[in-house]
Write a protein that binds this ligand. Structure first.
Ligand SMILES: N[C@@H](CCC[C@H](N)C(=O)O)C(=O)O
Length: 311
């Protein structure tokens, strides 16, 4: 059933990669010849009938992406565009772990060269992002975070309710955009986080206009460790996927929400977010425009190469 739906992806060379267990199929499309349907992407990402992945990432020159070429004209440095698709074939604006895997893939495929300490830029549906190669991974500047329901959030510090499956009661939450939408819920302790049923989507009300990813977080007690880094544990139910082992933009949203809730006590800038697939770093840094950027850091790996489909 799924093989007949692979379309132009059949015969395409791919790499399989992950960033803290958030896994991706990556393909290069240097001449922008691939037209991907949601069904084809879902078939490749299927865990039983396909290669299996949380998402598919297509590397395509920014200048060849309809609707985006003009946006990037004044930024010739962002040569490659990250065309990100979720496991179900839906399009997402941004993927923080995906960006790190994307950078690693571009280097491994010889599509860019980047030494430790050097930076480069990519295009994405959430704009231009700068990525820096670290000794043990990558850091990406995802830009400013924002409140989705600004007025409600400013007045009450929460703006929505989330009911996990099997729970009688809904919990207060805060919806944050990192380019893509997130709704963050705090749980009282780590055991509740561990026992949470994330086989089905939690109920969110109100749902942001384009849907949302839901992050359940438990801030550590005390929040800041001796090294000055605030610690948070997180599990996530991703839009277009289900539960994943990690979500980079989700980790940024989680840190931003906990920081927002704690703003009366401290403005903490360094965060470590522990997810089932590892740990990612989040830094809030003042930018030249007088705002605040969000920097996500963590590892990325490639685990396989191959050809999609069989002949
Ligand atoms: N796992 C990603 C986010 C991927 C997109 C998300 N499912 C959405 O639909 O917004 C990350 O690491 O940020």
């Amino acid at each position: 059933m799924y093989r007949t739906e692979l379309g132009q992806l059949a015969g395409q060379r791919f790499a399989k990669g992950h960033a803290t267990g958030n896994d991706f199929v990556l393909v290069a499309d240097p001449e922008a010849k691939l037209e991907l349907s949601p069904e084809q992407v879902a078939a490749v990402c299927h865990r039983r009938f396909g290669i299996g992945a949380d998402g598919l990432i297509r590397a395509v020159p920014t200048s060849l992406v309809p609707g985006y070429e003009e946006q990037f004209l004044d930024n010739p440095k962002a040569y490659w565009f990250m065309d990100y698709r979720n496991n179900d074939g839906s399009i997402a604006e941004m993927c923080g772990n995906g960006v790190r895997a994307f950078a690693h893939y571009l280097i491994a495929e010889g599509l860019i060269s980047l030494q430790v300490g050097q930076s480069f830029q990519i295009g994405s549906r959430a704009g231009v992002k700068e990525i820096t190669r670290l000794a043990d991974g990558y850091a990406v500047n995802l830009g400013p975070w924002g409140l989705i329901f600004e007025q409600e959030a400013t007045e009450r510090s929460i703006d929505s309710m989330v009911k996990p499956r099997g729970w009688e009661q809904a919990l207060p939450a805060l919806s944050i955009t990192m380019g893509n939408p997130h709704t963050v819920v705090a749980l009282p302790d780590a055991q509740m986080l561990e026992e949470l049923d994330l086989f089905q989507a939690p109920e969110v009300s109100p749902v942001p206009v384009n849907g949302t990813n839901v992050e359940f977080v438990v801030p550590s007690e005390p929040l800041i460790e001796e090294d000055g880094v605030a610690q948070v544990q997180m599990r996530v139910y991703e839009r277009g996927v289900g539960e994943t082992l990690s979500c980079g933009t989700g980790a940024c949203a989680a840190a931003a929400a906990v920081r927002y809730w704690a703003r009366s006590t401290a403005l903490i800038n360094q965060w470590a977010v522990t997810v089932p697939g590892g740990v990612v770093g989040v830094e809030f840094r003042s930018n030249e425009a007088g705002g605040e950027d969000t920097i996500l850091s963590g590892p990325a790996d490639l685990v396989a190469r191959g050809v999609i489909g069989t002949e």
